[in-house]
Design a protein around this ligand. Structure first.
Ligand code: UD1
Length: 416
C-alpha cells in the first residue's frame, strides 16, 4: 500500500493551479447517459474516482475518448443498465447513474452503497424521489431495481438537503414527462455546474442556485461541451495548508466567490487574503488563531473542509470548537491527529481542540478522503517525519497532491 512521507516544518511559497472539481465532474460524467449524442468535457481532473466512474460508464457501453483533461463521451449504445457492488462500494457517487438510466432507458439496477467510513449515508431520498416520479422500485439482493416506462414530473420535497440526491433527481427530471419541482434542493456550486451542463444539453431548468429547482422535461437531450468548474475543496485544502505552515501562495484558475465561508475563517485565523479574478493569494507569517467551525449545507461551512480546519486548530493559539452537523461519524481523523500530539476531546458531533505549539511526526493512517487531507496538513507542520498510510483515499479526490505541494516547497514524497 502506498504511503506519503512528509518532513514537516517548511513554509509554502509559490503558485498552484487548481484542478477541476471532483464533485462536479462525477455527476457531469453521468449526465452523458442522458443523450445519444456526444458530450465533450474539459478541465476533468485526473484522479481515481474519475477513472472509476469512466470504467463504470464504459462497462455500460459508453464510448470514452480521453486527452488529458478533455474527455469525450458517447452513450449512443448502452447494453448494460447496471452499477455493480464492487464499483459502488469504492465510490458512492456511482449512485448518480440511477436517475439518468431510468429516465432514458426505463430501467436501472444499482447496488446499494452500504456503510462507509463517515457514517451510514442512506440513499432513501434518491429512491423516494424516483418513486414520486412514477418509478417502480424494488430492493433485491442488495440492489436497487428501478423501472418506469417514462418518468412523470412531480413535486418533491427533500427532508434533508442532499447533494447527490438533488443531482440524481434533476437529471431524471430533465427527460421526464411534465414539470418536476425539487424543494429544499441542494445549492452546492457543483449542483449548479451540473445544471449548466444539462442546460447546454437542452434541459429546461429554472431556479439554478436556489433551493427550488423547476425542471420541465424534454423528449430528448443533445450533445454539448462543458468545462468543469474549479475544485473549491482542493482550493480550501491548499489555503489551510499555507495558513498552518505559513508562507505566501497563489491559487490560479480558482473561484473565490464559492469559498466565502472558508476565506472568512482563514482571515479570522490571521491570514491575509487577496482575490483578483481567478487567483487567490494567501499570506501568513504568524501562528494561526483558533477558529470555531460548524458544518452545514452550502452556502454555510462545507463538511468537506471540516477535517482540514481541525488540523489547523491543532497548532493554533487558543481553543476551538468544531461541530459536524452533516455526517454522524466524520471525526475518524481525530485519533490519528492525537498520535501527533494533538489535544482533542470529542463529544457527540462536537470536537474541542486545544491548540498546542508543536505537533510531532509519527506514523498515521488515512481513513477517508478529506481526513487524509487533514493528516497531510498536520504532517506539513509537525516536527520530524510523518508517514501517512493508505493514501489511496487521498488519490480518490486530489489531483497530483504531492507534486503540487512539493512545487510549493513542502518535503513530501510517495513511498511505493
Ligand atoms: C456529497 C459530496 C460529499 C459531501 C456531501 C455533503 C459528492 C460526490 N459527494 O455527498 O463530498 O461531503 O455531499 O456536502 O458530491 N442523506 C439521507 N438520505 C439520502 C441522502 C442523504 O439521509 O437519500 C443524508 C446523508 O446521510 C447525510 C446528509 O443527508 O447525513 C447529506 O448527504 P448528501 O448531501 O446526500 O451527501 P452526498 O451527496 O452523498
Amino acid at each position: 500500500m502506498q504511503k506519503l512521507a512528509i518532513q514537516g516544518g517548511n513554509r509554502l511559497n509559490g503558485e498552484v493551479r487548481i484542478s477541476g472539481a471532483k464533485n462536479a465532474a462525477l455527476p457531469i460524467l453521468c449526465a452523458s447517459l442522458l443523450s445519444g449524442d456526444t458530450l465533450q468535457l474539459g478541465n476533468v481532473p485526473d484522479m481515481s474516482d474519475v477513472a472509476t466512474m469512466c470504467k463504470l460508464l464504459q462497462q455500460m457501453g459508453v464510448k470514452i475518448g480521453k486527452d488529458g483533461g478533455q474527455i469525450t463521451l458517447s452513450a449512443a449504445h448502452i447494453d448494460k443498465l447496471e452499477a455493480p457492488y464492487d464499483m459502488v462500494k469504492t465510490m458512492r457517487a456511482a449512485i448518480l447513474v440511477l436517475g439518468p438510466l431510468v429516465a432514458r432507458f426505463g430501467e436501472a439496477r444499482v447496488s446499494l452503497p452500504g456503510g462507509c467510513a463517515i457514517g451510514s449515508r442512506p440513499v432513501d431520498l434518491h429512491i423516494k424521489g424516483l418513486q414520486a416520479m412514477g418509478a417502480e422500485v424494488h430492493i433485491e439482493h442488495g440492489y436497487i431495481h428501478a423501472q418506469a416506462k417514462r418518468l412523470k414530473g412531480a413535486r418533491i420535497f427533500f427532508d434533508l438537503v442532499s447533494v447527490t440526491g438533488t443531482e440524481n433527481l434533476m437529471m431524471a427530471a430533465a427527460l421526464a414527462d411534465g414539470v418536476t419541482v425539487l424543494e429544499n434542493a441542494a445549492r452546492e456550486p457543483e449542483v449548479v455546474d451540473l445544471a449548466h451542463c444539462l442546460i447546454a444539453m437542452g434541459a429546461k431548468i429554472e431556479g439554478v442556485g436556489s433551493d427550488t429547482l423547476t425542471i420541465t422535461g424534454v423528449d430528448k437531450l443533445h450533445g454539448a461541451s462543458h468545462s468543469v468548474m474549479p475544485d473549491r475543496i482542493e482550493s480550501g485544502t491548499f489555503l489551510v495548508a499555507a495558513t498552518a505552515a505559513g508562507g505566501n501562495i497563489t491559487l490560479t484558475d480558482a473561484r473565490a466567490d464559492i469559498l466565502e465561508n472558508v476565506l472568512e475563517k482563514l482571515h479570522e485565523a490571521g491570514a491575509t487574503i487577496k482575490v483578483s479574478g481567478s487567483t487567490i493569494n494567501l499570506q501568513m507569517s504568524q501562528r494561526p488563531k483558533a477558529v470555531n467551525v460548524r458544518t452545514a449545507p452550502y452556502p454555510a461551512f462545507p463538511t468537506d473542509m471540516q477535517a482540514q480546519f481541525m488540523a489547523l486548530n491543532c497548532i493554533a493559539e487558543g481553543s476551538a470548537m468544531v461541530v459536524e452537523t452533516i455526517f454522524e461519524n466524520r471525526f475518524m481523523h481525530v485519533q490519528e491527529l492525537r498520535r501527533l500530539g494533538a489535544q482533542i476531546d470529542v463529544e457527540g458531533n462536537t470536537a474541542v481542540i486545544k491548540g498546542c505549539a508543536q505537533l510531532e511526526g509519527a506514523a498515521i493512517m488515512a481513513t477517508d478522503l478529506r481526513a487524509s487531507a487533514s493528516l497531510v496538513i498536520a504532517g506539513l507542520v509537525a516536527q520530524g517525519e510523518t508517514i501517512v498510510d493508505r493514501i489511496y483515499h487521498l488519490d480518490r479526490g486530489y489531483e497530483h497532491i504531492e507534486a503540487k505541494l512539493s512545487a510549493l516547497g513542502a518535503q513530501i514524497r510517495r513511498l511505493k
